[in-house]
Ligand binder design. Structure first.
Ligand SMILES: Cc1cc2nc3c(=O)[nH]c(=O)nc-3n(C[C@H](O)[C@H](O)[C@H](O)COP(=O)(O)OP(=O)(O)OC[C@H]3O[C@@H](n4cnc5c(N)ncnc54)[C@H](O)[C@@H]3O)c2cc1C
Length: 416
């Protein structure tokens, strides 16, 4: 290995490990020396938590469909997804890492072994002969002079290229404590306001009993966010009631839109438990059910749309528990419709950044070349992963972003 061509990867999370993998895979005859500096005692701590410990590696969709899952960053990320998309990730896992994959609902891809720890360990063994990994080496300062000087707890390092991937600001135990933002900012980069995305929602005290009563029950619903009577966002999908409030993909997705400071703001989620019909259609359909099943309990009719426990709760809230279809009034039907289509869950507190699966905000995308991930301000300086102002929905989108971005950066470095 020729020491004249040195790449420093700062941060050994998903993005850093993927970058090291691509450097090994693509360097061919290139004389490149790769050093990965990791702040904690072992790389990939957050990676081992992914997919509830099973690692949702990617989402099998084509780039034009997948990009819709990255909110405001969808145009920024598109070239990366087109150049190295889910099929390429899957090919890398199966044919380079030798890890068999499987597809689950909503195109989500997991390793057959169902183990995020095994994914992390396999990535580490793949790069063991190509990358010098230095643990407990927190990067404290990066200076651009004749390449880069990186000052760490374990001394100073000189690199020709630096790939910054110290993650975001959540799950601090895993090492992600906002260092990306401090280091990028010290080189002149603008940092977009940082807040939580993909966070469970804590209900207010009035709504906690309902959520607690249904804890563990999942429904497919429309979810709208209201702030001071104004609808500010909406989505649809699966959600899960929990002791503290709501979680599950649809709720996590909308959480990025909840203001990070709720002082003086009344905010709530409105759940539509039968999203396939509008209010009028649901009323007509429910009226038909009532007409055809006059000797049936209202809760039994409701349980045709969602779980029996949800039906009981809706009937209780509408004040019609125990009633039968026969003699059910129009007024009672309206009450049911209101609860089914507009179930209101008050938000008790702003989303906690520490509990966010991903960080919204970060290094401004205006200052990064979306075709290479290189800084437009500092040549030879690349930024990947959660350090960037990119956050994807749940379902493998965030790891795929790391993978696609790592590919572009490495391709660009090796082309120079
Ligand atoms: C519970 C949970 C489940 C998730 N599940 C999924 C999933 O199934 N699929 C999916 O796509 N996404 C998932 N995500 C999101 C995904 O894990 C992240 O988007 C991804 O890990 C980001 O990678 P990263 O490399 O940018 O940052 P990180 O993985 O956070 O890695 C950053 C690394 O940099 C190191 N570091 C920090 N500061 C310094 C410093 N100064 N010097 C040196 N090193 C430093 C840290 O110690 C860390 O190792 C999940 C997240 C969480 C929290």
């Amino acid at each position: 290995m020729d020491e004249s061509f040195k790449v420093g990867i700062i941060g050994g999370g998903a993005a850093g490990l993927f970058a090291a993998c691509q450097l090994k895979r693509l360097s061919g005859g290139n004389p490149v020396q790769v050093t990965l500096l990791e702040k904690t005692n072992v790389p990939g701590k957050k990676l081992t938590l992914t997919g509830h410990g099973r690692c949702n590696v990617t989402n099998r969709k084509d780039a034009s469909e997948l990009k819709k899952g990255y909110h405001e960053a969808s145009n920024f990320i598109y070239p990366a997804l087109k150049e190295f998309g889910p099929e390429d990730t899957m090919d890398f896992f199966e044919n380079e890492l030798g890890m068999k994959l499987k597809e689950e609902e909503n195109n989500r891809i997991f390793p057959v072994c169902d183990s995020a720890v095994k994914v992390r360990d396999r990535l580490l063994s793949y790069i063991s002969d190509s990358t010098e990994i230095i643990n407990d080496a927190k990067a404290k300062k990066i200076t651009k002079k004749d390449g880069f000087e990186v000052v760490t707890d374990k001394g100073s390092f000189h690199f020709d290229y630096v790939i910054l991937c110290c993650g975001g600001s959540s799950f601090s135990k895993t090492g992600s404590t906002g260092d990306s933002f401090r280091l990028a900012s010290s080189l002149g980069h603008q940092i977009e306001p940082v807040r939580g995305a993909l966070v469970p929602i804590v209900a207010d005290s009035a709504s906690v009993p309902l959520c607690k009563g249904l804890s563990g029950v999942s429904v497919t619903a429309g979810v709208s966010l209201f702030c001071d009577d104004k609808k500010t966002a909406s989505t649809a999908g699966e959600l899960l009631f929990a002791d503290f409030g709501l979680t599950g993909p649809a709720v996590m997705e909308i959480s990025r839109e909840v203001p990070s400071d709720l002082t003086g703001i009344k905010a709530w989620l409105e759940l539509d438990l039968v999203p396939s019909m509008n209010d009028e259609e649901f009323d007509i359909e429910f009226q038909r059910q009532i007409g055809e099943h006059s000797d049936t309990k209202i809760t039994t009719l409701l349980s045709r749309y969602f779980a029996a426990s949800v039906a009981e709760t809706i009937a209780a809230r509408a004040g019609v528990s125990g009633l039968y279809a026969q003699g059910f009034t129009k007024e009672n039907r309206k009450k049911i419709c209101r609860e089914v289509k507009h179930l209101r869950i008050g938000i008790g507190k702003a989303p906690e950044l520490e509990k966010a699966y991903v960080t919204r905000g970060g290094v401004s995308l205006r200052e990064i070349d979306r075709k290479t991930m290189e800084s437009k301000l500092v040549s030879g300086f690349y930024v990947l992963g959660e350090a960037l102002d990119v956050d994807g929905i749940s379902g493998g989108y965030n790891l795929q972003a790391c993978m696609s971005e790592a590919y572009l950066a490495v391709k660009d470095i090796l082309a120079q």
